[in-house]
Design a protein around this ligand. Sequence first.
Ligand code: FBP
Length: 264
Amino acid sequence: MIIMQVDLGKITKQRKALFLAYDQGFEHGPTDFDDENVDPEKVLKIADSGYFTGVVLQKGIAEKYYASPPAGGPAQVLERNYKVPLIVKLNGKTNLVKDEDPYSPQVCSVAEALSYGAAAVGYTIYLGSEFEAKMIEEFGKIEQEAEEAGIPVIAWMYPRGKNVADESDPKIIAYAARVGLELGADIVKVRYTGDLDSFKWVVQSAGKTKVVAMGGSKEEEPFFLNKVETVMEAGAIGMAVGRNVWQAEKPLEIAEKIAGIIWG
Ligand code: FBP
């Protein structure tokens, strides 16, 4: 079978991307939430505002909120309730297990993700973890299935574990981006390195694999927006951000500002 180059058109606009991440309930627990953003419907409304080119969900929220059976229709056939493209995160782990070397198991298949209406899938690899080989192997299979289905794969490339002295080290982040390219990821999501030159090197290391920067924990707005500007100047295609949007007092205002930088 000849595998075609995957088209990123469904999760980008003018080749740029802004993804709203909402898998923190699994990764960190509801401690990240308040009365508003604990409700997936409210966050999906933010995601559907027109500023985002994708929303990142675990399978449970995809199945129970993003898509549902049409009224009176068969339960097996799901219909989308939102316009924003869906990116299903295929693996996940809680932060209750304090293993120094993390492993994030696959909890959803590409086929399942497609049944919820996924336009792309995502998977975290903790590069440097003792379980790195297991995650690389799982990722390889996902990559192949996604390519056959014609949907892009986004790799969350997070160096972590006792072999990684400093997960913010720009050299290790560039290494993670490069591994993403070599594994066939269409987009890598990496931590911001802290300055323009080192992030340019990350983007260069990723080659034809596109780069988005993760948002991280909530920061002061001017500081965060400055980070978005530098990320874009370095050649990334955009941001995958969660807490800096839905934890903001006015999520749509900051979403508009971020989008203004990305597409401005
Ligand atoms: P944020 O913008 O809220 O940081 O979301 C990005 C993200 O990658 C989420 O997809 C994921 O749940 C979380 O960060 C993982 O963070 P951690 O570094 O604590 O593992």
